[in-house]
Ligand binder design. Sequence first.
Ligand SMILES: Cc1cc2nc3c(=O)[nH]c(=O)nc-3n(C[C@H](O)[C@H](O)[C@H](O)COP(=O)(O)OP(=O)(O)OC[C@H]3O[C@@H](n4cnc5c(N)ncnc54)[C@H](O)[C@@H]3O)c2cc1C
Length: 438
Amino acid sequence: MKINLLPKDDNTNGWSAILSPRQHQPALADNIRADWLVIGAGFAGLSAARQLASNRPDDRIVLLEANEAAEGASGRNSGFAIDLPHNVGSSLEELEASRCYMGLARAAIEHLEDLVKQHRIDCGWAKRGKYHAAVSTRGTSEVLEPFARELEAIGEPLTWIEREELSSKLGTNHFNAAIYTPGCILMNPAALTRGLADTLPGNVELYEHSPVLDIDYTNGVTAQTPEGSVFAPKLIICVNGLADQFGFYRGRLLRFAAHASLSRPLTEAEQKAYGVDLDWGLTPANAFAGITMRYTPDKRILIRQNIHFQPSVRYTDAGRAEIAKDHKRLFDDRFPMLPDVTMEHTWTGFICLSENGAPGFGKVAGNVWAATCQNAVGVTKGTISGKLAADMACGVDNPMIADMESLGSPSKVPPRPFLDIGVRAKFAWELFRNRHEA
Ligand SMILES: Cc1cc2nc3c(=O)[nH]c(=O)nc-3n(C[C@H](O)[C@H](O)[C@H](O)COP(=O)(O)OP(=O)(O)OC[C@H]3O[C@@H](n4cnc5c(N)ncnc54)[C@H](O)[C@@H]3O)c2cc1C
């Protein structure tokens, strides 16, 4: 089967631009045999390969990555490892689903934290919590208040913060209120992904710049790359929104472009004018109209706003220049005391959503398992689904596999071009309907 659509992440990722250069692993240049093949070196693939290595220390595990490990979505996100769902619901079923979700997310955080400590991964990993904030009184009463009640119902600690106090913590009076929850981790995602890729166990071979161009499922799996091939009896597929290229979840995956900008560091005078010492992270009460923001330990401000339905997984420089202008405008609206701060980096990454919010996880063929479609919270979901897919493939009796399966499977979406029209109309409507949260 020919792979028709390859990822093509560019070199605009701000998180890796602020790190020193990394020596990537060589491309596959031979025809090799292994016990296991994992495709895709984001959070899911890195976690799957590591767990296979731990379950089967004598097996040879090959991990193929089309580009470089920290240059896909996993290295270019906003750097929140989130332990809570964005909403909980109030029925018993919804409360139970939330408990299950949190259990998975927290297991992922614990696992990542152990690795960060064990390998001394210098990624700024810090349990800083996060503010979930509403701009308007309407957003406060329609989203934040019910969310606070739901969190209380499941016994989750939270602090309710009103405008004035929020303004002193964030240095902007743009927000009406927020719920602060303590469990979220903030970090540099490129540094974390690099660290995970560079500390894989000895029986994992990572080949970068090795896109799978063709895959054959006869008597095992044979994956063809530009200069080599891998044969393995078993495969774990971790390519997020491109799993349909490998024959799985066809007509079920929605590929979106998400964009972020990182400012240059504030000068000392600007830090004084800004008046906030501690770094922080904020997610919006409304995911369509609102923006995700961070103040980083090195005194930069991150703006993450705008997602576009982009099945082609390509984005133009001209489009990104418009996004950069828009992010600067959003920055200026929120931080008028910092007029000269420029956006040093603006980049695009590709996320995978499903219509029903379910992941593409589990056994998808006799010898193939999947950990894909992380619905934009892949730091935790990708990590745990990769780990559990490896356990499942090795026959490890892990009760969390059932929790992961209970999240469901991506539902079918209408064919294109009806899909494009439907998705774009829904987004335009949601943006309009929630414009009070912009
Ligand atoms: C701007 C932005 C902000 C975000 N913010 C957050 C956040 O704060 N917190 C959070 O949890 N999530 C966030 N996300 C989402 C998160 O980054 C993703 O959910 C997560 O990275 C998905 O991990 P993954 O391993 O499943 O997929 P990916 O990271 O997409 O990895 C898949 C890998 O497969 C490789 N691949 C694909 N096809 C092939 C092929 N043919 N051959 C070989 N390799 C192939 C790709 O190159 C890629 O490296 C954000 C995303 C973006 C873009």
